[in-house]
Each structure stands twice: as C-alpha cells, then as structure tokens.
Design a protein around this ligand. Sequence first.
Ligand code: 5GP
Ligand code: MG
Length: 193
Amino acid sequence: MLGRNRFSETQPTVEILKILINETQIGLGIDRLAAQLKEHYKDQPLTIVSIMTGSLVMLADLIRLLEMPVRISLIQATSYRGGTKSGDLIIHDHMMLDIKDRDVLLIDDIFDTGKTLVQVTKRLNDMGPKSIKTAVFLNKQGQSTVTAVPDFVVFEIPNEFVVGYGLDYEDLYRNMPYVGVLEESDLKNHVAT
Ligand code: 5GP
Ligand code: MG
C-alpha cells in the first residue's frame, strides 16, 4: 500500500522524530526555485550538473517544472568518511556531458562548509562553460568557510545534521520524502547495512 506513512513500515532502521521541512514545504520550495530559474534563463537551453548522490531527488523534482531545453549531467563528489563530518574531496567527472560554451547550473543537496561547491565549480570552469550558477536545496547557516555563496538557495537551515530528500547518513534515508534532523538519540535505532 502506498500510504503516506509507508516509510516507517519499510525502513524501520531509524525513527526521525524532528521533521524540519515537510513534503508540502519542499514542494513549494522547489516551485519557487523553478520560477527563479525560468526568470533568469528564460527559454535558453540549460545544462544542469547534479552532484551525486544527494541532489538526485531535487534534480528529478526540479527538471519536471522547467520548460526550457534541459540537458542533465552527473558528477560525483565524495569524501573519505561515513558519518557526519566532512573529509577530503574526490571528484569523479567521467559521466560529465560536454559543457563547453553552455549555460550550466550546478546543483547540490546542501551547502555546509562550501568546499564541495567551490571545488566542483572550479573543475567545471576548466571545461569552458559559457556561464555557471549554483543552486542548493539547503544552506546550513553559519558554517561556511569559503567566500563564495550559492546563487540560489531553496531553504536556509540551522546547524543540524539532516537527512531525507536525497541527504544520507551512511547511505541510508535518502528516500525519506521530508527533511529530518538526525539526532544522537536517533542513532541508537540506526542499523548499518
Ligand atoms: P561542504 O563541502 O559544503 O562542507 O559539504 C557538502 C556536502 O557535505 C554535502 O554534499 C553533503 O554530502 C554533506 N553534508 C553536509 N552537511 C550535511 C548534513 O547535514 N546532512 C547530510 N546528510 N550531509 C551533509
Ligand atoms: Mg553528499
């Protein structure tokens, strides 16, 4: 049965008690972003580069609201870590489309220290695009260690570790349709797979 509480039945590994952004709010936020992008790019073709894996859910929702010609490219940025702390970044760009002379929108799930977005933007810049803008689903307030800021932000959030709507903890919980705060007390129910 595709009930709204299906998640808790099928994935009993953790119960997220604190919902930060619910499904309705997420839908409205992505609508807002799509409207801003339409305003900015009008009918011009756009190449969206989605940082895997966290931004895939946002990508799927966003592209269906856009009407200009859209190409989709994937890039992977991973750090040496499970858990909740950032580590050194490795960028895999073997799945990238050619973006030379293209208008590019780079999207990521969350802007925390900002290192991921800055380093991936640098890599894309070397590929000779016409323009690059950045959009993030979440912007964690007060955590940035870089001077760059994302061009488009769907939601500002406090400094908490969040999961759901693409965001993971040890590769789980990306499929939750809302954003929840993963608190220390929730982890007792976390079962590593
Ligand atoms: P940054 O490089 O900006 O510090 O971190 C960006 C990356 O760190 C994101 O793509 C995401 O993978 C991870 N990250 C940062 N904060 C969170 C968080 O609160 N929850 C989750 N699940 N991942 C986070
Ligand atoms: Mg990530």
